[in-house]
Design a protein around this ligand. Structure first.
Ligand SMILES: [Zn+2]
Length: 113
């Protein structure tokens, strides 16, 4: 697996987290809404699970578009790039030696400042 492939996976896979999380929440809400009917009461009809899932899908789409724009800018040579492999740098983190930005491709730490 090349560094560029690693970088793209590290950028795009976390975009699926909101969809997975809201899918779980929508399933739980759907089960809770079915409880009154299972206990002999009136069925609950609501659009809440669908709306939760739609919100998760929207957030996932937005995050994917933002990351796709970053990859597109990287392909044009723009953005903060790693001097070792040429991949994009991740968000700032606080480490033992201060603030740094990890490379999304080769994991090299790049000090900030
Ligand atoms: Zn790198």
């Amino acid at each position: 697996m090349s560094y560029a492939t690693k970088m793209q996976l590290r950028m795009l896979v976390p975009c699926l987290a909101p969809l997975a999380f809201t899918l779980l929440i929508a399933w739980a809400v759907s089960v809770l809404e079915g409880l009154p009917e299972m206990l002999g009461g009136h069925p609950v009809e609501s659009m809440l699970p669908d709306n939760i899932l739609l919100a998760g899908l929207s957030l996932t789409s937005l995050l994917t578009i933002v990351q796709a724009i970053r990859v597109w800018r990287w392909s044009k040579g723009e953005g903060d790039l790693c001097y070792v492999c040429g991949c994009l740098l991740g968000f700032e983190k606080l480490g033992k030696r201060g603030v740094y930005r990890p490379c999304l491709g080769c994991d090299t730490s790049h000090p900030v400042g």
